[in-house]
Design a protein around this ligand. Structure first.
Ligand code: HEM
Ligand code: CU
Length: 500
């Protein structure tokens, strides 16, 4: 078999696993570059005094921003993690490299279809593509091909695990990083199947073979894809937290069983909790909505709370074991704040927990949802989870894995040390601006909130403009931090000093 021993970690690295991780990671980063640039254009358009794009480009690039940043960057990165946590962490191999490459190819073709058709102006349907908005058939076909590829990629995870078990690569239980990706892969397969189930009829509808798609049914099944896929992200992000804490500090989970239980809670409850997207729809009964948002949701939230305490605790224990024991916070003072893999992880925990988690619980209640639904506050909430949380964690993951997998040192280390802070602060300012503007009722996905040609005139409280400008300024800093990440990561991969 084709293996090498990593000089930094002692892990046995299988050549096909290494190649798959490299290709998936680089592809992820390239799509983040496109998606992030579109994000900058969004921020510049929603900033009232700038209002950069015209109407159709705004909706077009908004569609692409959501797709490239949320689906492509994150899923390609997760597939890299699939191979890292199954083949590499368990010192085993990719059992079926051929199917892993097929998965990669399908995902890439699907991604290309969607990017091309959106750029061509044939699919201005926004990320959710709610029926009856209709895009060109190629758009839905692209999503279906991408989803099938991603299902195959997640299936690879289980094949590798079975092989590892045969090789006796692990004894009783999987390491937590691997366990987290197992949860992600299970949710991934269920979720992407929802995606295929709904996109296939919609594809036929787009080419006029089916006459009618019920919008309420579409929304129900679409959110079976849309929400739980965020839980793939959460599982992978939390797995990344455990792994970075482990690799950088030698931290061990304080109670493995508890952390595992938390991952299982995600698998069991998250799909049911997706109903918060349907709270304003008249289709479901109030009884149903209240049970869902007052009970079921909290079982999924409980899981995040467990990780949110478990990981900082493991970091504290690891640093105390290194001798930082003076007083309550000596360990925190002496944490490796200049190491971008570590700082990104810590910022991700704080951003996800305090900005994303809290607002998710608030906006997810039936009573409160009705006054926040479709406002800019929701955009603020999910940037806290998928950007402050997942994206920053994966940026840290990139810094962690470049030396292990690409065998390169980071270029521009001083810039790398400040990048996570700049990005995290920029994103936080941006999303707090979004949330504040949303409290004044400013809608999301709206090009003209002055309603210039409307028969009845309407204007928002002027404070809304101030918060939208705050969003714009934060967005500029976030875009700068994002560009730094792209330059440092791709620069290191191509030009970093080689590690033997
Ligand atoms: C430089 C960083 C970013 C900036 C400045 C930015 C800015 C924005 C803005 C202003 C909007 C709202 C558009 C509107 O409703 O009018 C938006 C929407 C969105 N963003 Fe970002 N964003 C960034 C990064 C990201 C990342 C990394 C992700 C995913 C991981 C993401 C996911 C989304 C999604 C899913 C939407 C909603 C799309 C839709 O409603 O169809 N953003 N972004
Ligand atoms: Cu959701």
């Amino acid at each position: 078999m084709d293996y090498r021993i990593c000089s930094l970690t002692g892990l046995k690295i299988n050549k096909p696993a290494e190649d798959l991780i490299k290709w998936n990671m680089v592809t992820a980063i390239l799509f983040l570059a496109i998606g992030g640039f579109m994000g900058l254009l969004m921020a510049l358009t929603r900033w009232p005094s700038v209002h950069y794009l015209d109407t159709s480009h705004y909706y077009r690039f908004l569609t692409l921003h959501g797709f490239d940043a949320l689906l492509l960057w994150i899923l390609f990165f997760e597939v890299a993690l699939v191979h890292f946590t199954s083949a590499v962490l368990l010192n085993t191999r990719v059992v079926a490299p051929f199917s892993a490459w097929i998965a990669y190819a399908l995902m890439l073709v699907g991604a290309a279809f969607v990017n091309i058709v959106v750029f061509a102006g044939k699919a201005d349907v926004l990320f959710t593509s709610y029926v009856p908005l209709k895009a060109n058939g190629v758009y839905y076909l692209g999503i279906i091909i991408f989803a099938v590829g991603a299902i195959v990629a997640f299936a690879n995870f289980f094949a590798n695990i079975i092989q590892a078990r045969r090789d006796k690569a692990y004894q009783h239980s999987l390491p937590l990083g691997t366990f987290g990706l197992a949860a992600a892969s299970i949710i991934g397969i269920v979720t992407l199947a929802h995606g295929a189930v709904i996109m296939i009829p919609v594809f036929f509808w787009s080419i006029d073979l089916i006459k009618y798609i019920d919008p309420a049914t579409y929304r129900l099944v679409f959110w079976g894809l849309g929400h739980p896929s965020q839980q793939i992200n959460v599982c992978a992000m939390v797995a990344m937290w455990y792994m970075t804490a482990g690799f950088v500090l030698g931290a061990k989970p304080v109670n493995e069983k508890l952390s595992r239980t938390a991952f299982v809670l995600y698998i069991l409850f998250i799909n049911v909790a997706s109903e918060h997207h349907l709270l304003v729809d008249p289709v479901l009964s109030s009884w149903h909505k209240i049970i869902n948002t007052s009970y079921v949701m909290h079982l999924a939230v409980l899981a995040s709370m467990i990780h949110a305490f478990a990981i900082p605790a493991s970091i504290e224990v690891a640093l105390r074991n290194k001798g930082y024991t003076k007083g309550l916070f000596d360990w925190l003072k002496n944490a490796p704040w200049g190491n971008p893999a570590f700082s990104a992880t810590f910022l991700s925990i704080i951003g996800f927990g305090f900005l994303g988690g809290t607002t998710g619980v608030i906006f997810g209640t039936e009573q409160f949802n009705i006054i926040r639904h479709n406002t800019f506050a929701i955009t603020g909430h999910f940037h806290a989870t998928v950007v402050s949380g997942t994206t920053i964690a994966f940026m840290g993951g990139t810094y962690l894995l470049i030396p292990y997998i690409f065998r390169r040192n980071l270029v521009l280390p001083k810039l790398a040390a400040i990048q996570p802070y700049l990005y995290a602060i920029g994103v936080a300012v941006m999303l707090i601006g979004m949330m504040a503007a949303g409290t004044y009722g400013v809608p999301r996905r709206h090009w003209d909130i002055t309603f210039s040609n409307a028969i009845f005139s309407f204007s928002f409280d002027p404070s809304a403009d101030m918060f939208l400008s705050m969003m714009g300024v934060g967005g500029l800093f976030a875009a700068l931090g994002g560009a730094m990440f792209i330059i440092i990561s791709l620069g290191s991969i191509m030009f970093g000093r080689k590690i033997q």
